[in-house]
Design a protein around this ligand. Structure first.
Ligand SMILES: Cc1ncc(C[n+]2csc(CCOP(=O)(O)OP(=O)(O)O)c2C)c(N)n1
Ligand SMILES: [Mg+2]
Length: 325
């Protein structure tokens, strides 16, 4: 199947919807449970941004590799990670994906290509490039993906990385989640222009801008980039415009900080990626209401199971603290 030109088939719609709901409900559960004070690690939520993770990861195969950031929940979930091990990690439990020692910013599951997360802004870029170089040297038909925020384009790694990846025609996707903010500082205070995709031209690679709330559009752009990378034609930069609904770190809203208004956030929430997909599915009669409900119930159950698993799991022993480092 040519994924990049694909219409929204019932199969693809189900896949994207399931992925979006898993990302959304996992983090909504964090919002609900955080006040209980059992999750002790800081959590950077991507509520509102799930269209990027779901769209990109749905265009990948299990063998393809992703490298994620401090805001890593949705990327790791969309790549297919087991929610039980992720929830247990948030609870600091021994059964967590980092054995309870990494927390929210250190989700991974290498068996399914979720290679880990770096909280160093711009840190994923050299990691994904190194992996892509190894894939190319071993003639593997796989791609490597660097997720990063708009803040990362202010790091040297972005410019050095794009240059090197272009020169060596590496099978790598640069996925910039442009939520317009680095912590609380808007991009207009940091950059002379905000169209991040245009920077690709300087490195002679394709640059695309997509609506990150439109999961199908993200999927198609990612699928095109994967095809190009697997044909040996090199990297692509995709700028996915999106909006972070919650505070930079933590489960709350942040309009009281004064850098954006309640109305701004409410307007963005209206453009919810799940709502957008549901509308498309309904308008084009792609799936029945019953199927959507079934998927939603399935995910709710999966989340409940992950919470029970996390709560019932043991903490690591004190003597394990220096193991696996
Ligand atoms: C090299 C580096 N500098 C500063 C920080 C502190 N810091 C953590 S997140 C963040 C903002 C990142 O913004 P962006 O890359 O746009 O990602 P977003 O949080 O919007 O997803 C900063 C400055 C860091 N982690 N690493
Ligand atoms: Mg940002």
């Amino acid at each position: 199947m040519n994924k990049s030109n694909s219409q929204l088939s019932p199969e693809l719609a189900q896949k994207l919807y399931l992925s979006l709901l898993r990302c959304r409900k996992f983090e909504e559960k964090i919002v609900e449970l955080y006040p209980q004070q059992e999750i002790r690690c800081p959590t950077h939520l991507s509520l509102g941004q799930e269209g990027v993770a779901a769209g990109v990861c749905s265009a990948l195969e299990k063998e393809d590799l992703i490298f994620s950031t401090h805001r890593c929940h949705s990327h790791t979930i969309a790549k297919g990670a087991d929610l039980k091990f992720l929830m247990a990690e948030l609870y600091g439990k021994k059964t967590g994906c980092s054995k309870g020692k990494g927390g929210s910013m250190h989700f991974l599951q290498p068996e399914i290509g979720a290679m880990g997360a770096s909280a160093i802004v711009g840190g994923t870029i050299p990691l994904a490039i190194g992996a892509a170089l190894a894939l190319k040297m071993k003639s593997k038909n796989q791609v490597s993906v660097a997720f990063f925020g708009d803040g990362a384009i202010e790091q040297g790694t972005f410019h050095e990385g794009l240059n090197f990846a272009s020169l060596k025609k590496l099978p790598v996707l640069f996925i910039c989640e442009n939520n317009g903010l680095a912590t609380c500082t808007p991009i207009s205070s940091r950059q002379p222009f905000s169209d991040i995709y245009k920077r690709a031209e300087s490195y002679m690679i394709p640059g695309n801008q997509v609506d990150g709330t439109n999961v199908h559009e993200v999927y198609q752009a990612a699928a095109t980039a994967v095809e190009r990378a697997k044909k040996g034609e090199g990297p692509t930069l995709i700028e996915a415009q999106c909006y972070r609904w919650r505070e930079h770190v933590g489960p709350n809203f942040d309009y009281q900080l004064g850098f954006r208004s309640k109305e701004d956030v409410e307007k963005a929430i209206e453009k919810c990626p799940i709502k957008c997909l549901e509308e498309k599915i309904k308008n084009e009669n792609i799936l029945s209401k019953e199927i959507l409900l079934e998927i939603s119930d399935l995910v709710t159950k999966e989340i409940e199971e992950s919470v029970n698993f996390a709560k019932e799991s043991p903490f690591p022993q004190a003597e394990e603290i220096f193991m696996d480092l």
